[in-house]
Design a protein around this ligand. Sequence first.
Ligand code: ADP
Ligand code: FRU
Length: 319
Amino acid sequence: MACECDMSNSSRHTGERRTLIVGLVCLDIINVLDNYPLEDTDTRVQDQLWERGGNAANTSVVLAQLGVKTEFIGTLADSTLSRLMVEDFHKYGVLIDHCIYHNNCKPPMSCIIVNSSSGTRTILHSNRSLPEVMYEDFELLNLNNYTWIHFEGRNVEEVLKMSERVVMHNGQFIESHDRIQISLELEKPGLKPSFCKLLPKADVVFLSKDVAKESGFQNGEECVLKFSKDVKPGAVVVCAWGELGAWAVGPNGEVVHSPAFPPAKIEDTVGAGDTFNAGVIYALSRGSSILEAIMQGCKIAGDKIGHQGFKIDAGTVTT
Ligand code: ADP
Ligand code: FRU
């Protein structure tokens, strides 16, 4: 903590402050088929790709392509398989200097079935041994380097401590532009009710349709309205809902909706939500309205699902 003030001047005055994304990087083995396979059959796939994946990592590479100086912090196994992930971060210019390497671990992996006829992606994920990012890892970061910190809500207790550190750091500033904006993604079902304590820490909360459904909501509007009661005053609550687009509510309580912007043909929906989140963070950090921000998210996500991977077409950036 002591060194934060010393370094504040150097990073503030050179304009080097960046966006930090905290969460998962993993290996995705993506199988593309034109039909969902039958159980106990031997199927030839149209394509099979080994890609870097993970929600936070996907969001990072999209943000970096939008021109945002982006850093990712996550854990990596000290394994040759991690090279693929590191190279991908380098390709997109994402800083990974503070990632934590663990010996004798295997990287987390997902086997994914992309059905190119229906546009669905079915994910089978496993992490057998790699630890998550811990508060002790996060504590080593100089918070003066960041304008925005996005947390993937995974290990709730640790993320809670991390976000509390950022809230405390923000307490020393009077001007809102000096404070770090905090966003939080709650995507995976099964974390309730423990994730509730994270909600009041964030300025922007992203809830997935899976979490919305788990909470008993039938649509994005119901979801954002209900969760807006649990966030801190003035926070923005966002819920993307696949082909129906996305809903959001902000400080004035007005719910806004963006339609989806589907491509001519859906090729790859892996990480559509992560791409959407990057678009929203990008737009809000540039001062766009909440409606403009979710429209930006839907446009970039719509472009992403029209081709394999995370290369973003600059033409979809409208804010
Ligand atoms: P996740 O990848 O987390 O399941 P969603 O499925 O909610 O996320 O998708 C996020 C965004 O991606 C949506 O708001 C929408 O803009 C876009 N999107 C996803 N699937 C489709 C689809 N089938 N058609 C059009 N847009 C889609
Ligand atoms: C997509 C994704 C994949 C990864 C999986 C982890 O949102 O991040 O890249 O394998 O989810 O749950």
